[in-house]
Design a protein around this ligand. Sequence first.
Ligand SMILES: [Ca+2]
Ligand SMILES: [Ca+2]
Length: 304
Amino acid sequence: MQQTDADFYGSATQYQKIIWQLKNLEETTHTIRVEWAGAKNSASTGYRINLDALDVGGILIAGAPDHVTRYEQSYPDLYYRGSWSTTTAATYSGSSLASTVQSGAAVYSNPAGTQIDVIASTGPDKGIMKVSLESTPPLYVDLYSAAATDQAKVLSIKGLEDTTHTLVISSTGSKGTTSTGTGITLDAVDVAGWPVPDTWEPHTTADDTSSAWRPANAVVTLSATDVGSFVAATRYKIGSGSTMPYLVPFTVSAEGTTDVVYSSTDGAGNNETSHTATYKIDKSAPGTSDDARVRGCTLRCACT
Ligand SMILES: [Ca+2]
Ligand SMILES: [Ca+2]
């Protein structure tokens, strides 16, 4: 918690003045409270303060309500990774649900609030769902039930800190011994708050970015991370070549100076601003020239 006093006194009236500013904050949800301190500058004739506007590098969200709101599986700020399909039926919440039989397929979201409930269909052919909240150990939820059941509240997490959470629901590809299948479903999430959109672009770094001359090829490994969802794709371009999807480390082999441009896109479609790394390659072995001078010594030949 950081507290700063802002003095509204000025010898002349000024409008639209930045009275307080904080920059370079971590990309997460912050809590700000503006409070009348009941104090004044000794030169001031009054105690009044005012608020004209807030400029935010992001979005402004209010504190969490004490009741849950349902967000269907199709809510735009839930980000799907992997192979999911949508099924419709009147018995599903909102008449549709998402399901997957792909191990590792996942849904990413950033619910802000104090309670999160997961709503899903269970049945005799359902597998085990993994629910990761923040970096705490994941919870495993067996969606098996002898009779098919729709709109089951399969998990309820209460008493959370009133901030933005990182929630990942994924398929483990595993099942209980009685189940005939490993698929999982997601019908809705109930949140005492709401899913915050991923407005944070991913971040990609290249290893071995020394700008010094090097005597051999450069092998470049790109690493990308994301806040808010996941890294959906990373791409690069060597010199004036084509833009390529990044899958494995690549080699820069051209002699001379070569720029490598790279960036990523996240699961919400945010495109990272491109980075450029410059590689300088000179594979020629250091030569000896016949006019090299030898200074400060005398060569004597003993001839016969
Ligand atoms: Ca639904
Ligand atoms: Ca992001």
